[in-house]
Design a binder for this molecule. Structure first.
Ligand code: NAI
Length: 470
């Protein structure tokens, strides 16, 4: 089965539908664009023409290409038959089901219906359809012309050939499609939950200020820290998604929403759009205060452990001795210890110990807890140590471990495969690496041990270790 030469009907000419019509037309398809609101499809096409004018003026698009794309988009007042319908109407189960019933009266048996729903079960949407096997999710990301990821969502009744045809079509449109089963949040919205949830837990436990949490995660390669990102998304929207994933998982406490975020929503501090969230706008996050760190000195330094972090210390300290068989990573400095976090708190280890966060970066801020004189040795790696409260897994390590854990659960439950999870997180939310890429660079047992320690500390379901990691 192929949809590569299909005639396409896009239903819903809003933000997403207009973008979908554009990419389909740019790939050469004839596209009908329909919206229940009179004039909306015409207006969407006029807006696209305006965007194209701008791109042509900047030399980013030829006038011929713009003209040809626009000529392929036909705003229509009545839905006509098509080989593929892409639905991008309001996010409401009953309204979408009513549309599919209407479409099935119109479409030939072999036509495919793809829904762009971001949160409704494809399995549930297909219920009551004459041919439920032809319904598949085709979940684009906003803005559609720029975002590469498409989650191809199979419901329980979806024909595999239909899902594959939509997958192939998305690839032909220049997108990176990823197969997923219809489960709450699909891939991206599910695996991303801990990125927000861990920051909110750290804030609730008063471990560090939002600007510090943001700084260390930015240093770890994320484009935005979780607090500034929630401020951008809007706390109302982010809280609603968290609540819906929580409810959809039968209130699995793993996904419990945060009182910290509830308060922001209650106060109307919704983020950028309301002028205030964690930060005030337009200022945004305040800069971290400078910290003066005296150059560390010692009589005897030993590098402990194997692996990339130990190697970095050894390269930076050529005169240091090396203890390759040590069961921890870091430095001993005249008997004091500087250890990479394994989930234990500095206070549980020994006196005059500091634990430091997972050092994904070669420069920038890194969190530590414990003895500041020991932590000063992080500067030899080019990192700027920032003190936080002594909690298991600090900031980056626990966040990455939880992202890996959620991805591991998704894979072990057959939601997607490892490559799909990695592609989805890199392309859907711009993560600097995929969860399984992080896992490959870290260590399965170390991740499981760190999560176990978080679990022992917090005693709840949130840090339950995925069977995949055990
Ligand atoms: P939107 O509000 O911009 O557009 C929806 C359009 O559908 C409106 O123009 C409305 O008049 C039309 N419409 C409503 N009911 C209709 C019906 N019964 N028949 C025909 N047209 C109808 O919404 P947006 O943001 O484009 O979202 C559309 C779908 O895409 C939703 O299911 C949403 O969950 C999903 N989505 C949205 C994303 C986003 O970032 N906005 C991202 C990914 C998916």
């Amino acid at each position: 089965m192929t949809l590569n030469d299909s005639r396409i009907l896009v239903v819903g000419a809003g933000l997403m539908g207009a973008g979908i019509a554009q990419v389909a037309a740019q790939a050469g398809h004839a596209v009908d664009l329909f919206d229940a609101r009179a004039g909306a499809a015409e207006a969407a096409k006029a807006k696209l023409a305006q965007t194209f004018d701008g791109l042509v003026a900047k030399g980013k698009l030829t006038a011929d290409a713009a003209q040809a794309t626009l000529a392929r988009i036909a705003p229509v007042d009545v839905m006509a038959t098509a080989d593929l319908v892409v639905e991008a109407i309001v996010e409401n189960l009953d309204v979408k089901r009513a549309l599919f019933a209407e479409l099935e009266l119109l479409l030939p048996d072999e036509a495919v219906i793809a829904t762009n729903t971001s949160s409704i079960s494809v399995t549930a949407l297909a219920r009551g359809m004459r041919r439920p096997e032809r319904l598949v999710g085709m979940h684009f990301f906003n803005p559609v012309p720029l975002m590469k990821l498409v989650e191809v969502v199979s419901g329980l009744g979806t024909d595999l050939a239909v899902a594959q045809a939509v997958f192939d079509l998305a690839a032909r449109w220049g997108k990176t499609p990823v197969h997923t089963r219809s489960t709450p949040g699909f891939i991206v919205n599910r695996i991303a939950r801990p990125y927000y949830a861990e920051a909110l837990m750290l804030l609730q436990d008063r471990v560090a200020a939002p600007e510090l949490i943001d700084a260390v995660l930015r240093a770890a390669g994320f484009r935005m820290g979780p607090c500034e990102l929630m401020d951008l998304i809007g706390h109302d929207t982010n809280f609603a998604v968290t609540n819906s994933v929580f409810a959809a998982n039968f209130f699995d406490r793993r996904f419990t929403p945060s009182l910290v975020q509830q308060e922001l929503v209650d106060a109307g501090f919704l983020g950028r759009k309301s002028g205030r969230g964690f930060y005030r706008y337009p200022e945004g996050a305040p800069a971290l205060p400078a910290v003066a760190i005296a150059a560390p000195t010692a009589a005897q330094v030993v590098v402990h452990g194997k692996g990339p972090v130990a190697d970095r210390f050894a390269a930076a300290l050529p005169d240091a001795a090396r203890e390759l068989d040590s069961d921890w990573t870091g430095l001993s400095i005249d008997g004091r210890q500087l250890r990479q976090t394994d989930g234990r708190r500095a206070a549980e280890l020994s006196r005059s110990t500091a634990v430091f966060d997972l050092p994904l970066a070669t420069s920038g801020d890194i969190a530590y807890a414990g003895d500041p004189s020991t932590a000063a040795w992080l500067t030899v790696l080019g990192l700027a140590p920032r003190a936080i409260a002594d909690v298991p897994g600090l900031i980056v390590a626990r966040t990455i471990a939880m992202l890996i854990n959620e991805a591991a659960d998704a894979v072990s439950q057959g939601v997607c495969d490892e490559a799909g999870a990695d592609a989805a997180m890199k392309l859907g939310v711009n993560y600097p690496a995929g969860p399984f890429e992080w896992l490959a660079r870290w260590d399965r047992r170390a991740v499981a041990a760190l999560l176990d320690r978080l679990d022992q500390h917090h005693r709840g379901e949130r840090y339950r270790v995925s069977a995949y990691l055990k």
